[in-house]
Design a protein around this ligand. Structure first.
Ligand code: 4AD
Ligand code: MG
Length: 480
């Protein structure tokens, strides 16, 4: 008897006489109707048990959460709500789930808060919401690889353990095998890292960019897609200590090309999920509509989830210089009425998420690319403009998310880069290899980093980043 997934059965063009399907019982109603789910789709298949001819002991063990194997016939449904169903001929309990125990978990079929689901993250993908989110996450990953592969990029694996701080922000997790209680000390009384595993100080990477640049300067068009780590103590709904980042890097491309690439890329991957994840998106869209009903009118969203995705795909991202943005913010109502937590007084101010969201959600009402930021609020590697005050940086801001992409044209001039590093106390020895790129055939090049979880948040409408990654790592939390 051939095995089928629930998705295959639901999409089957024909009725099937002999099928096997395995999954977990969501509900068992009236000693007769099993709603079976196996993760292949958000939908359950109804399996109808002939209870008069089924062993009493087996019937008792068909409960929410149990794993079962069902043999039967795929027939046209006798009831409403589904086109087909499985007429059960034989059922085997593969794994029991004690109802008493189940009732203490989120497997119990009732509404649970997202916080509660987070505490049982090992079970939460058995719920509709989380299975939909994680299938979308998987689909988006595939769409990303597909986009780059279709466009002539090579996938590059940047190291996870590094000896440098790519962002120069000092937010790194140290990697060491030294005994924390009794580390070897050098003559000055400091920890002697020459005796550590790598013979030097090392940390988990905050970004694969610098290594990706070396590959762009030989392979031309490359991208990374891997985990990155930041020991920043930000307990917000948009920050993780471990997150996945996509970083394309392209030789001979300037900032305008970088913006074009980023925009085309974002539109392409969102189109992909609109086309391929309709069932999951419909479920999440409805979830948001229900959630919205519990909010005051002013906080309700004007667009549905799919409308939001369509909107990003169909409209040009608005490109605005930092200087223009500061003017807009300075003259904005919330600034004048002191509604912003951080009032914008002058050029040079770093933009906070409240400002970014004002620009995107209230002022432009579309995705915005801000570019040419003041040099002193951006990383050391960004290319200095002729005005010597601003750098060729860009941030992409999305509605409901704020910053989703950060990127730049890179400083390709050896002397300018060296000056910049000296000014910021970044030792040349640490990045000697990065500097050498500027010695041997240097060239204009650019790239950006997309925070994958922020993209998943946007595509699913989830409002907390902890709910779009399987096991979130945040300050004071590394359960599972
Ligand atoms: O703006 P960031 O720090 O830029 C870089 O790391 C560059 N090296 C990228 C490049 O040019 N290749 O980070 C890029 C993106 C942010 O826009 C944001 O979406 C995401 O990474 N991000 C985070 N996502 C979740 N949790 C955090 N703590 C994040 N920090 C950054
Ligand atoms: Mg940034």
């Amino acid at each position: 008897m051939k095995s089928y997934t629930v998705a295959e059965l639901l999409h089957s063009e024909t009725l099937l006489q002999e099928v096997t399907v395995k999954g977990w019982v969501r509900t068992f109603r009236a000693n007769r109707f099993i709603a079976l789910n196996d993760g292949s789709t958000i939908k359950n298949i109804q399996c109808v048990v002939d209870f008069e001819n089924t062993n009493e002991d087996i019937l008792k063990r068909i409960g929410t959460g149990a794993a079962v194997a069902i043999k039967g016939e795929l027939i046209e449904s006798q009831g409403k709500g589904q086109k087909v169903e499985v007429q059960v001929k034989d059922i085997t309990i593969l794994g029991d789930a004690d109802p008493e125990e189940v009732s203490k978990t989120i497997l119990q079929q009732k509404r649970h808060t997202l916080e509660k689901l987070r505490e049982q993250a090992h079970l939460r993908t058995r719920t509709n919401t989380f299975s939909a989110v994680m299938r979308l996450r998987s689909s988006l990953s595939f769409a990303i690889h597909k986009y780059f592969n279709d466009n002539g990029f090579y996938y590059m694996h940047a190291p996870i353990i590094t000896g440098s701080d790519a962002e120069g922000a000092g937010e790194m997790f140290r990697v060491t095998t030294l005994d924390p209680k009794n580390p070897p000390l050098n003559e000055e009384g400091n920890v002697d890292y020459t005796q550590d595993f790598f013979g030097k100080e090392t940390n988990l990477t905050v970004s694969g960019q610098l290594e990706a640049e070396t590959y762009a300067m030989s392979l031309g068009k490359v991208y990374t897609f891997g985990p990155t780590f930041r020991a920043e103590n930000s307990n917000t709904s948009r920050h993780l200590a471990e997150f996945w980042m996509i970083e394309p890097e392209v030789a001979f491309m300037d900032l305008d090309g970088n913006m074009d690439l980023a925009e085309d890329f974002m539109k392409s991957v969102l189109s992909y999920v609109l086309e391929h994840n309709a069932d999951d998106l419909a479920f999440l869209e409805n979830r948001l509509i229900q959630e919205d009903k519990t909010k005051p009118q002013a906080e309700r969203s004007e667009m549905t989830l799919t409308e939001k995705l369509r909107f990003v795909i169909d409209n040009n991202f608005k490109r605005v210089s930092y200087t223009e943005a500061i003017d807009i913010l300075r003259n904005s109502k919330p600034n004048k009425k002191k509604k912003f937590k951080y009032i914008i007084n002058e050029w040079g101010a770093d933009l906070q998420s409240e400002h970014e969201r004002f620009l995107v959600e209230k002022h432009f009402k579309c995705p915005v690319i801000l570019f040419d930021y003041p040099a002193n609020i951006k990383a050391f590697y960004m290319r200095l403009n002729e005005d010597e005050k601003t750098v060729r940086a860009m941030d992409i801001l999305f509605p409901g998310i704020g910053e989703i992409v950060g990127g730049s044209q890179r400083e390709e001039r050896l002397d300018v880069l060296k000056e910049k590093m000296a000014a910021l106390d970044i030792p040349e020895e640490e990045l000697w290899w990065y500097l050498e790129l500027r010695k041997y055939g240097t060239a204009v090049h650019s790239g950006f980093g997309l925070g994958f979880e922020r993209l998943v948040m946007f595509a699913t409408g989830m409002s907390n980043i902890r709910d779009v990654i399987p096991y979130p790592r945040t300050p004071q939390n590394a359960e599972f």
